[in-house]
Design a protein around this ligand. Sequence first.
Ligand SMILES: Nc1ncnc2c1ncn2[C@@H]1O[C@H](COP(=O)(O)OP(=O)(O)O)[C@@H](O)[C@H]1O
Ligand SMILES: [Mg+2]
Length: 284
Amino acid sequence: MGRVIAVANQKGGVGKTTTAINLASSFAAAEVNTLLIDCDPQSNASSGLGLAKDPERISTYHLLMGAASGEGALQRTELEQLWIIPSHKNLIGANLELVEAERREFRLRDAIEPLRERFQFIVLDCPPALDLLTLNALVAADSVLIPMQAEYFALEGISELLDTVERIKAALNPELAVEGVVLTMYDDRTSLAKQVSAELKKYFGEKLCMTSIPRNIRLAEAPSHGKPALLYDVRSRGAESYIRLAKEIIAHYFPQATETPGTPEAGTPGEGEGATAEEMGKTA
Ligand SMILES: Nc1ncnc2c1ncn2[C@@H]1O[C@H](COP(=O)(O)OP(=O)(O)O)[C@@H](O)[C@H]1O
Ligand SMILES: [Mg+2]
């Protein structure tokens, strides 16, 4: 069964979309069938993967309104094992149009249920608000991944999100877990960043991802070329760090799968039992 991960933080500009695109791409590059669903009317995840604006195309809006099936909304991407359900700015209207609707918080969950067999990972890119769209994502998700910048007061914004997660767990989605907190645009040369990350480690414990994402210009450039960083410049620190984050998360769900031989982080030579991602898929 596929694992649904919502990338959420109600603060804008913290690296949600960059994380959603590059994490999903890194899963796909590890030969794991992955779907990225753009749940933000700004549609940055869609354009960042090279989908030009097209009001006629089936999008997350149709999915939420019950006007299209999950299967019917899938679009291919440049990566063989990555699919996307794109967004369009009309999605902003869904917030209002769904207010009176039946099962309004479960629209996304219901729509993607049939897709869970087909994808090992479904990544949801959320808008920068705790609105009905983010609510739908958190109700559809098994876990939430929280990108955050290492700055003072970062924790203040996070407590509102964690409260929301608790409320959703209590009322709508008891299985919802915190996947982790990932530091983005991280600059390990500043003592402030080090101090803040030590604080976050104390607060979040093992929920703080081991991998943090450095500030890297390639990550900012890649979307304007309609590509994930690993297709734009696979050797960049940005691309490499998201590949590492994907491995960290994959290892979390498939602990028996060690690194494939030949990768930089591979264990001692000769040790590599290295289940391939394909094998992992079979156990999923
Ligand atoms: N690690 C990074 N290094 C450099 N620029 C980044 C990084 N992560 C995000 N950015 C840039 O910061 C801006 C905000 O990131 P984005 O992922 O769109 O945030 P959000 O989706 O949370 O609003 C974008 O211009 C993006 O290209
Ligand atoms: Mg975004």
